[in-house]
Ligand binder design. Structure first.
Ligand code: ADE
Length: 325
């Protein structure tokens, strides 16, 4: 069944948006909804082939009566020069930029102690510096004179981001950048907000119990939070269905979210319905960030003892300090 926007048809007729990372996952859902609402969309990412294929697929769904079009323009957002070229091509082609959606990003999982400086920099360069490049360039080249709306997709990192400290730090920085720019650019009529989809959760899953015959070791598995998409599930190959099903009990909603539920939040923030909203970060997580930590801490006795006194004596009577809870 084709997804259908809750927003009024034609809401974004004759508007123009740039969506980085617009060819896959959440970015693709955002691009599709903007197109459905009449907005012309430039999707951008590093992978030209995949981008062009996504644009072809989206193009087929645009009704002939719509003023919207979709264009694929490859760009590495880490490079300021490439971002300048992207914005300049968009202006040449469409003569305006109403919206920027910063969705391009990525990370790899690793304990902080094993992260190389190069790996750290790559993630910060993409998620933070890339977002800065895009914001700055659309602002100076167009929005400073004409206004506009920007939404950055960040992550639900309010409790830290163990096993991906680089992306947690970078996304938290984008949250703060959003607030700074909301003030600096208010006088140009630019609104800038962020959307934080449900956190990428780590579940330490005993695969021994799940795939008893096949594995004799424990695997630490990351799920793309509880935003489910077919592509995300396929990325996990044969484990995908199991992994996504296992994440359901951890969500307050007791169901998984879909990229379209992030997209509608983005469209709201871009729309006149949010005309008095700037510098805000909207969590799209069904309350999951309020619902315990997903990070499993193994039993240990590494902490120093509590200060001596009658409370410690009572505590030690209650719980043998040598026992492992
Ligand atoms: N998505 C992930 N990494 C990216 C990059 N460097 N440029 C654009 N989109 C990206």
């Amino acid at each position: 069944m084709a997804a259908s926007s809750v927003f009024r048809p034609g809401l974004f007729n004759h508007k123009v948006a740039i969506v980085t990372g617009g060819g896959t996952g959440i970015g693709k859902a955002i691009s599709a909804e903007l197109l459905e609402l009449g907005c012309s969309v430039v999707i951008s990412s590093r992978k030209a082939d995949r981008l062009e294929a996504a644009a072809r697929e989206m193009r087929q769904k645009i009704p002939p009566s719509s003023p919207a079009s979709v264009t694929a323009l490859p760009c590495n957002i880490r490079s300021e020069e490439e971002v300048k070229a992207l914005v300049s091509s968009v202006l040449k082609r469409y003569d305006r930029i109403d919206f920027l959606v910063n969705n391009g990003g990525g990370q790899f999982r690793s304990p902080a102690e094993d992260m190389s400086s190069k790996g750290w920099k790559a993630v910060v360069d993409t998620n933070l510096t890339g977002t800065f490049h895009c914001c700055k360039e659309v602002y100076t080249a167009w929005m400073k004179e004409h206004g506009g709306a920007i939404v950055s997709i960040i992550a639900n990192m309010w409790n830290g981001f163990p096993d991906a400290a680089h992306t947690g730090a970078a996304r938290a920085a984008v949250d703060n950048l959003t607030k700074s720019l909301a003030i600096e650019w208010a006088a140009s009529g630019v609104r800038i907000n962020a959307v934080a989809p449900v956190r990428t959760a780590q579940y330490l899953i005993s695969f021994v119990s799940v795939f008893q015959d096949a594995y004799e070791f424990h695997l630490s598995v990351w799920l793309q939070g509880t935003i489910f998409s077919k592509t995300a599930m396929e990325n996990y190959k044969e484990y995908g269905p199991h992994l996504f099903k296992m994440s359901v009990p951890f969500t307050p909603a007791k169901r998984l979210g879909v990229p379209e539920e992030v997209s509608s939040a983005v469209c709201f923030l871009l729309s006149p319905a949010a005309s008095y909203i700037s510098g805000a970060t909207l969590k799209v997580d069904a309350g999951q960030s309020l619902y315990t930590s997903m990070w499993e801490i193994p039993n240990h006795s590494a902490w120093s003892e509590a200060p001596e006194g009658e409370n410690l004596d009572a505590l030690n009577e209650l719980v043998d300090p040598k026992s492992k809870l």
